[in-house]
Design a protein around this ligand. Structure first.
Ligand SMILES: C[S@@+](CC[C@H](N)C(=O)[O-])C[C@H]1O[C@@H](n2cnc3c(N)ncnc32)[C@H](O)[C@@H]1O
Length: 236
C-alpha cells in the first residue's frame, strides 16, 4: 500500500505533521495503516472526488438506517452506539487524526463492524451525501469558539446546518450536547431556523438521553464544574 502524501487512501498522511501538536504513537500509526483503509468512507475528499459525485448511500446502507456523528473526538459515544445498535450503519466524521486513531483502536479491540469513517471535515461529507439519507445525527460537545468574533465558526451556523437539514430525513432526530451556555443560546436560535423543532422545554435541558454514553469532553466539563445541556431537535 502506498503511503504517499497524495494518496487519498491514506488521508492521515496528509494530516500527520500538518496539524500542530498532533503526534501518534506506534499503535495508533499501525491502526491507521492497517484498519483505516477498510473502514474509511471513500469518495468524500476533494482529491478523490473532485466532481463531488454523490455517494451511493443505498448500496452502503444495505437496507439499514444510517446515523451520523460529527466530531466524534475519541469515539466513546460512537463505539457505544454502534455496539448497542448492530443494525444501524454509523458514519463517524472527525478531523482530529488522534481521535480517528483512538476510535480505530476501539473498533479493533471490540470487533465493531458497523462504523465507517470520514477522517476529515464534515463539510466535505455534506457535499457528497444525498438529500434525505440520514436517520439520526449527533453533534456532541462541538468546539465552543468562546470569543464573540469566532461565533460564526461554530457548527450551529447556516453553513453547516442548512446542508445538515437537507441530509436528515423529515421527522428524524438531531441531538446536540454542550456545556457552554452561549452555545445553547445560539443552538436554540439557529437550529429551528434551519428547519427543526426542539422537543424539550428550552429551560429544561439537563436530562441526558436514555441511551446516553458520556464522552471524554463531557467528563472534562463535569470535572471543571460546567453543566451539560442536551437538546433534541426533530427535522420538520
Ligand atoms: C470539543 S471536541 C468534542 C469531541 C467529542 N464529541 C467529545 O464530546 O468528547 C469537538 C470535536 O469536533 C471536531 N471537529 C470540529 N470541526 C469539525 C468538522 N468541521 N468536521 C469534523 N470534525 C470536526 C474536532 O476535531 C473535535 O474533536
Amino acid at each position: 500500500m502506498s503511503t504517499s502524501d497524495k494518496d487519498p487512501a491514506t488521508p492521515w498522511r496528509n494530516f500527520y505533521g500538518r496539524i500542530k501538536g498532533q503526534s501518534l504513537n506506534a499503535r495508533q500509526e499501525q491502526d491507521l495503516e492497517d484498519l483505516l483503509p477498510s473502514v474509511r468512507l471513500p469518495n468524500v475528499t476533494r482529491e478523490e472526488n473532485p466532481d463531488r459525485t454523490l455517494l451511493d448511500i443505498e448500496a452502503l446502507r444495505d437496507g439499514n438506517p444510517v446515523w451520523l456523528e460529527v466530531g466524534f473526538g475519541s469515539g466513546e459515544h460512537l463505539a457505544h452506539q454502534a455496539k448497542a445498535n448492530p443494525d444501524v450503519l454509523f458514519i463517524g466524521c472527525e478531523i482530529y487524526i488522534n481521535g480517528v486513531a483512538a476510535l480505530l483502536g476501539k473498533i479493533r479491540r471490540e470487533g465493531i463492524s458497523n462504523i465507517v469513517i470520514h477522517a476529515g471535515d464534515a463539510r466535505d461529507l455534506f457535499d457528497v451525501l444525498p438529500a434525505n439519507s440520514l436517520d439520526k445525527m449527533f453533534l456532541l460537545y462541538p468546539d465552543p469558539w468562546p470569543k464573540a468574533r469566532h461565533h460564526r465558526r461554530r457548527f450551529v451556523t447556516p453553513e453547516h446546518l442548512d446542508p445538515l437539514a437537507e441530509k436528515l430525513k423529515p421527522g428524524k432526530e438531531f441531538r446536540v450536547a454542550t456545556d457552554i451556555e452561549d452555545y445553547v443560546r445560539q443552538t436554540l436560535e439557529e437550529v429551528p431556523r434551519a428547519g427543526f423543532t426542539l422537543t424539550e422545554q428550552p429551560d429544561d435541558l439537563g436530562k441526558a438521553w436514555d441511551d446516553w454514553f458520556s464522552t471524554r469532553y463531557e467528563q472534562k466539563a463535569l470535572r471543571e464544574g460546567r453543566t451539560p445541556h442536551y437538546m433534541t431537535f426533530i427535522r420538520n
